[in-house]
Design a protein around this ligand. Structure first.
Ligand code: DGL
Length: 262
Protein backbone atom coordinates (compact mmCIF):
# COMPACT_ATOMS: atom_id res chain seq x y z
CA UNK A 1 0.00 0.00 0.00
CA UNK A 2 1.48 3.36 -0.96
CA UNK A 3 1.67 6.01 1.73
CA UNK A 4 0.99 9.61 0.70
CA UNK A 5 3.39 12.13 2.15
CA UNK A 6 1.41 14.68 4.18
CA UNK A 7 1.76 18.32 3.13
CA UNK A 8 4.29 20.41 5.02
CA UNK A 9 2.95 23.65 6.47
CA UNK A 10 5.51 26.26 7.50
CA UNK A 11 4.51 29.00 9.95
CA UNK A 12 6.48 32.14 10.71
CA UNK A 13 6.29 34.72 13.48
CA UNK A 14 8.79 36.93 15.28
CA UNK A 15 8.36 34.76 18.38
CA UNK A 16 5.77 32.61 20.12
CA UNK A 17 2.74 34.68 19.03
CA UNK A 18 2.14 32.61 15.92
CA UNK A 19 1.40 29.65 18.18
CA UNK A 20 -2.12 31.10 18.54
CA UNK A 21 -2.50 30.49 14.80
CA UNK A 22 -0.60 27.18 14.84
CA UNK A 23 -2.96 25.66 17.44
CA UNK A 24 -6.02 26.38 15.27
CA UNK A 25 -4.43 25.15 12.04
CA UNK A 26 -3.13 22.00 13.74
CA UNK A 27 -6.54 21.30 15.28
CA UNK A 28 -8.12 21.59 11.81
CA UNK A 29 -5.42 19.56 10.00
CA UNK A 30 -3.78 17.25 12.56
CA UNK A 31 -2.26 15.03 9.86
CA UNK A 32 -0.07 17.70 8.20
CA UNK A 33 3.65 18.13 8.95
CA UNK A 34 4.46 21.41 10.72
CA UNK A 35 7.57 23.56 10.91
CA UNK A 36 7.26 26.68 13.09
CA UNK A 37 9.92 29.35 12.63
CA UNK A 38 10.21 31.81 15.53
CA UNK A 39 12.37 34.66 14.25
CA UNK A 40 13.32 35.66 17.78
CA UNK A 41 16.63 37.04 16.51
CA UNK A 42 14.49 39.72 14.83
CA UNK A 43 12.00 40.29 17.70
CA UNK A 44 10.19 42.64 17.96
CA UNK A 45 9.06 43.23 14.40
CA UNK A 46 6.54 45.88 15.44
CA UNK A 47 8.99 48.70 16.11
CA UNK A 48 11.17 48.23 13.01
CA UNK A 49 11.05 50.37 9.85
CA UNK A 50 9.24 48.97 6.83
CA UNK A 51 12.30 48.46 4.58
CA UNK A 52 14.25 46.67 7.33
CA UNK A 53 11.29 44.37 8.00
CA UNK A 54 10.69 43.51 4.35
CA UNK A 55 14.35 42.60 3.79
CA UNK A 56 14.50 40.49 6.93
CA UNK A 57 11.22 38.64 6.36
CA UNK A 58 12.07 37.84 2.71
CA UNK A 59 15.46 36.49 3.87
CA UNK A 60 14.11 34.38 6.72
CA UNK A 61 11.19 33.00 4.69
CA UNK A 62 13.46 32.33 1.69
CA UNK A 63 15.92 30.35 3.83
CA UNK A 64 13.06 28.40 5.43
CA UNK A 65 11.51 27.55 2.05
CA UNK A 66 14.89 26.36 0.75
CA UNK A 67 15.48 24.23 3.84
CA UNK A 68 12.02 22.69 4.29
CA UNK A 69 10.25 22.89 0.87
CA UNK A 70 6.81 23.55 2.40
CA UNK A 71 3.56 23.11 0.46
CA UNK A 72 2.09 26.19 2.10
CA UNK A 73 3.42 29.04 4.25
CA UNK A 74 1.36 30.75 6.96
CA UNK A 75 2.68 34.17 7.92
CA UNK A 76 1.37 33.92 11.48
CA UNK A 77 2.16 37.55 12.24
CA UNK A 78 0.11 40.65 11.43
CA UNK A 79 3.15 42.91 11.22
CA UNK A 80 4.97 40.64 8.76
CA UNK A 81 1.80 40.09 6.72
CA UNK A 82 0.76 43.72 6.43
CA UNK A 83 4.30 44.80 5.53
CA UNK A 84 5.63 41.94 3.38
CA UNK A 85 2.88 39.62 2.11
CA UNK A 86 2.74 41.20 -1.34
CA UNK A 87 6.53 41.01 -1.66
CA UNK A 88 6.60 37.37 -0.50
CA UNK A 89 3.93 36.39 -3.02
CA UNK A 90 5.87 38.15 -5.76
CA UNK A 91 9.14 36.44 -4.80
CA UNK A 92 8.21 32.81 -4.05
CA UNK A 93 5.85 30.46 -5.86
CA UNK A 94 4.57 28.58 -2.79
CA UNK A 95 1.07 29.63 -1.63
CA UNK A 96 0.95 32.02 1.34
CA UNK A 97 -1.77 32.61 3.90
CA UNK A 98 -1.37 35.87 5.80
CA UNK A 99 -2.76 37.27 9.02
CA UNK A 100 -4.27 40.71 8.56
CA UNK A 101 -6.38 42.78 10.99
CA UNK A 102 -9.94 41.38 11.16
CA UNK A 103 -11.55 44.78 10.58
CA UNK A 104 -14.36 43.59 8.31
CA UNK A 105 -15.82 40.94 10.68
CA UNK A 106 -15.33 43.23 13.69
CA UNK A 107 -17.26 46.08 12.07
CA UNK A 108 -19.93 43.64 10.89
CA UNK A 109 -20.52 42.32 14.40
CA UNK A 110 -20.21 45.56 16.41
CA UNK A 111 -23.60 46.61 17.77
CA UNK A 112 -22.27 49.90 19.11
CA UNK A 113 -20.62 50.62 15.73
CA UNK A 114 -17.30 51.33 17.45
CA UNK A 115 -14.33 48.97 17.42
CA UNK A 116 -10.66 49.18 18.34
CA UNK A 117 -7.77 47.64 16.42
CA UNK A 118 -5.00 46.67 18.84
CA UNK A 119 -1.72 45.88 17.07
CA UNK A 120 1.96 46.68 16.94
CA UNK A 121 3.01 50.26 16.14
CA UNK A 122 3.93 49.08 12.62
CA UNK A 123 0.62 47.32 11.93
CA UNK A 124 -1.58 50.23 12.99
CA UNK A 125 0.46 52.78 11.04
CA UNK A 126 0.76 50.86 7.76
CA UNK A 127 -1.25 51.87 4.70
CA UNK A 128 -2.47 48.26 4.37
CA UNK A 129 -4.45 48.62 7.62
CA UNK A 130 -5.72 52.08 6.71
CA UNK A 131 -6.95 50.72 3.38
CA UNK A 132 -8.84 47.92 5.18
CA UNK A 133 -10.57 50.55 7.30
CA UNK A 134 -11.51 52.65 4.27
CA UNK A 135 -12.84 49.59 2.49
CA UNK A 136 -14.61 47.68 5.25
CA UNK A 137 -15.52 49.91 8.22
CA UNK A 138 -18.91 50.75 6.68
CA UNK A 139 -19.59 53.69 8.98
CA UNK A 140 -18.24 51.96 12.08
CA UNK A 141 -15.89 54.10 14.21
CA UNK A 142 -12.41 52.51 14.31
CA UNK A 143 -9.83 53.46 16.94
CA UNK A 144 -6.28 52.37 16.13
CA UNK A 145 -4.15 51.47 19.14
CA UNK A 146 -0.47 50.60 18.70
CA UNK A 147 1.54 48.99 21.47
CA UNK A 148 5.31 48.65 21.76
CA UNK A 149 5.06 46.37 24.80
CA UNK A 150 2.18 43.93 24.55
CA UNK A 151 3.96 41.33 22.38
CA UNK A 152 6.80 41.17 24.92
CA UNK A 153 4.20 40.82 27.72
CA UNK A 154 2.68 37.88 25.84
CA UNK A 155 6.13 36.30 25.45
CA UNK A 156 6.59 36.72 29.22
CA UNK A 157 3.15 35.21 29.94
CA UNK A 158 3.97 32.06 27.98
CA UNK A 159 7.38 31.79 29.66
CA UNK A 160 5.54 31.84 33.02
CA UNK A 161 7.02 35.20 34.04
CA UNK A 162 3.81 37.28 33.76
CA UNK A 163 3.81 41.08 33.94
CA UNK A 164 1.45 43.01 36.24
CA UNK A 165 -2.21 43.82 35.52
CA UNK A 166 -1.30 47.52 35.57
CA UNK A 167 1.18 47.07 32.72
CA UNK A 168 -1.39 45.24 30.59
CA UNK A 169 -4.12 47.73 31.44
CA UNK A 170 -1.92 50.64 30.34
CA UNK A 171 -1.55 48.95 26.94
CA UNK A 172 -5.23 48.12 26.38
CA UNK A 173 -6.91 51.15 28.03
CA UNK A 174 -6.80 53.35 24.88
CA UNK A 175 -8.98 50.74 23.11
CA UNK A 176 -11.90 51.66 25.35
CA UNK A 177 -13.59 54.77 24.02
CA UNK A 178 -16.98 56.08 25.08
CA UNK A 179 -17.84 58.99 22.81
CA UNK A 180 -20.70 60.27 20.73
CA UNK A 181 -23.05 57.69 22.23
CA UNK A 182 -20.84 54.82 21.03
CA UNK A 183 -18.89 52.65 23.45
CA UNK A 184 -16.29 50.21 22.07
CA UNK A 185 -17.70 46.69 22.11
CA UNK A 186 -15.15 44.81 19.94
CA UNK A 187 -11.36 44.77 20.04
CA UNK A 188 -9.52 43.27 17.06
CA UNK A 189 -6.43 41.42 18.25
CA UNK A 190 -4.25 42.52 15.35
CA UNK A 191 -1.07 40.86 16.58
CA UNK A 192 -0.85 37.09 16.92
CA UNK A 193 0.84 37.41 20.31
CA UNK A 194 -2.13 39.16 21.88
CA UNK A 195 -4.58 36.25 22.22
CA UNK A 196 -2.08 34.69 24.66
CA UNK A 197 -3.29 37.35 27.15
CA UNK A 198 -7.05 37.25 26.50
CA UNK A 199 -8.01 35.86 29.91
CA UNK A 200 -6.07 38.72 31.50
CA UNK A 201 -7.74 41.40 29.33
CA UNK A 202 -11.15 40.04 30.30
CA UNK A 203 -10.31 40.41 33.99
CA UNK A 204 -9.04 43.99 33.84
CA UNK A 205 -10.87 45.68 30.95
CA UNK A 206 -12.86 48.82 31.88
CA UNK A 207 -16.00 47.11 30.51
CA UNK A 208 -16.76 43.82 28.74
CA UNK A 209 -15.84 43.62 25.06
CA UNK A 210 -15.42 40.93 22.45
CA UNK A 211 -11.71 40.18 21.82
CA UNK A 212 -11.55 39.07 18.21
CA UNK A 213 -8.88 36.45 17.41
CA UNK A 214 -8.51 35.83 13.65
CA UNK A 215 -6.88 32.40 14.06
CA UNK A 216 -10.01 30.28 13.35
CA UNK A 217 -10.55 32.16 10.06
CA UNK A 218 -6.91 31.58 9.08
CA UNK A 219 -7.27 27.87 9.81
CA UNK A 220 -10.35 27.71 7.57
CA UNK A 221 -8.39 29.34 4.76
CA UNK A 222 -5.55 26.81 5.13
CA UNK A 223 -8.04 23.91 5.07
CA UNK A 224 -9.59 25.35 1.95
CA UNK A 225 -6.26 25.69 0.12
CA UNK A 226 -5.24 22.11 0.98
CA UNK A 227 -8.66 20.54 0.36
CA UNK A 228 -7.41 18.44 -2.56
CA UNK A 229 -4.46 16.98 -0.67
CA UNK A 230 -4.54 13.50 0.81
CA UNK A 231 -3.74 13.64 4.46
CA UNK A 232 -3.54 11.12 7.29
CA UNK A 233 -5.96 11.73 10.17
CA UNK A 234 -3.21 11.99 12.72
CA UNK A 235 0.35 13.30 12.71
CA UNK A 236 3.04 11.08 11.28
CA UNK A 237 5.87 13.33 12.51
CA UNK A 238 5.89 15.70 15.51
CA UNK A 239 5.80 19.46 14.78
CA UNK A 240 9.16 21.20 14.86
CA UNK A 241 9.94 24.64 16.24
CA UNK A 242 13.05 26.51 15.17
CA UNK A 243 14.31 29.69 16.86
CA UNK A 244 16.40 31.80 14.47
CA UNK A 245 18.61 32.82 17.43
CA UNK A 246 19.49 29.15 17.85
CA UNK A 247 18.49 29.31 21.51
CA UNK A 248 17.14 26.41 23.52
CA UNK A 249 14.02 27.57 25.41
CA UNK A 250 14.41 27.71 29.20
CA UNK A 251 12.52 24.99 31.14
CA UNK A 252 9.27 26.91 31.87
CA UNK A 253 8.91 28.07 28.28
CA UNK A 254 9.80 24.56 27.08
CA UNK A 255 6.95 23.21 29.24
CA UNK A 256 4.51 25.69 27.67
CA UNK A 257 5.70 24.78 24.17
CA UNK A 258 5.18 21.14 25.05
CA UNK A 259 1.54 22.05 25.72
CA UNK A 260 1.31 23.18 22.09
CA UNK A 261 2.66 19.80 20.93
CA UNK A 262 6.38 20.62 20.58
N1 DGL B 1 3.25 38.59 16.40
C1 DGL B 1 3.55 39.79 15.70
C2 DGL B 1 2.27 40.31 15.02
O1 DGL B 1 1.33 39.58 14.81
C3 DGL B 1 4.19 40.96 16.39
C4 DGL B 1 5.20 40.87 17.44
C5 DGL B 1 6.42 41.74 17.18
O2 DGL B 1 6.37 42.97 17.34
O3 DGL B 1 7.41 41.15 16.79
O4 DGL B 1 2.21 41.46 14.63
Amino acid sequence: MSETKPPTILLLDSGVGGLTVFREVKAALPGADYIYIADDAGFPYGDKPEDVLIARIVDVVGAAIAAHTPDLVVIACNTASTVALARLRGTFSVPFVGTVPAIKPACAQSKARRIAVLGTKATVSLEYTHALIREFSAGCAVDLVGSSHLAAYAEAELADTPVTDDAILAAIAPCFVDAGGRRTDTVVLACTHYPLLTSRYRKIAPWPADWLDPAPAIARRVVDLLRNRDMPETATTPPRMIFTSGRTPPPRLAAALHGFGF
